[in-house]
Write a protein that binds this ligand. Sequence first.
Ligand SMILES: Cc1ncc(COP(=O)(O)O)c(C=O)c1O
Length: 368
Amino acid sequence: MHLPPFKLERYFAKYEFNTEFLLCSSDCEAMSIADLLTLEEGAAEKFQKVWLGYTESQGSPALRNEICGLYTSMQPEDILVHTGAGEAIYLFMYAAFQQGDHVIVHSPGYQSLAEVARSVGCDVSPWLAREENGWALDMNELRHLMRSNTKGIVINTPHNPTGYLMSRVDFEELNKFAQENNLILFSDEVYRESEYDPTDRLPAACDMGEHAVSLGVTSKTYGLAGLRIGWIATKNKRIYQNMASLKDYTTICNSAPSEFLAEVAMRHREKLANRNIYIIKHNLAIIDELFINHPSLFSWHRPKAGSMGFPKLLQGNVESFCDDLVKKAGVLLLPGSVYDDTHNHFRLGLGRMNLPQAVARLESFLAS
Ligand SMILES: Cc1ncc(COP(=O)(O)O)c(C=O)c1O
């Protein structure tokens, strides 16, 4: 097994905890344990009594029951809880694929979605999100990428880093295609429920049939990354069992306090998501103004969901721009090169409350 450095995470490791303004975060504004517990009468007292022994490896039944609320046909036994979405991606790739399998992966994207498959020994073909199509994936291109040994498709929508939300027609066609060709569809839905218009929300892939595995997490839409609670939902018993048995070699079970807090959060997830969508919409108005003020410097496709976009810097080199900006102004943007993008894009985060101050700092950097 060989895993190269995770470029995005290494970039964050350099700057995340020593930079004043993070203007490229993928998660939404977090909150304290105390604030989370106020969402529910009696939760603070119950939290004090959480038992600190080992927990059930699949995740506590109460938490899995709450997670089922995200789906239409999932039962608690279809949910496997992990330490963040990161652990679930890792275990899924080893549980579902073998050396020599061909896997088609939405690109550019969160590095582990392709890299872990490669480390298993899979041949990975990128399914390219094209800017000229508003970062949409093209179903015809997917058909051309198919080989006799293709075993799976990996998608992420709403998408990191472009903010692309697949249309319902394409999503249904993709699921049908996967079923007809006996492919596993791994659907990274960690930004689901952050659609700015709820009628744009896609069904979860796991509700479309046994071919699909949906990935979720508390980190993004709900703004609770510190809980490190992620999960997969699937009716596919082979993949579920394989992942459960690999988990015995990684974390065995989850943190008991985090499971309790995640259970409370998932019960009130609509409130948490609405708070964060409100922040995103407010921030989008500020970004619209920034881009109107600098039409020769920035262009972008305004997202319809999620907490980020992938604008293009129209002058200069994006790596030097980001480097200068963080060193001289204390504002962190993420150059597209961490996604192997070569077209001068950068990731812009929309989910943090201090975005107005970060943009003001960026404006004075541009003025100077
Ligand atoms: C698309 C996508 N999937 C998975 C993850 C991993 O989430 P977590 O860090 O909460 O495990 C991320 C985090 O940025 C992501 O953007």
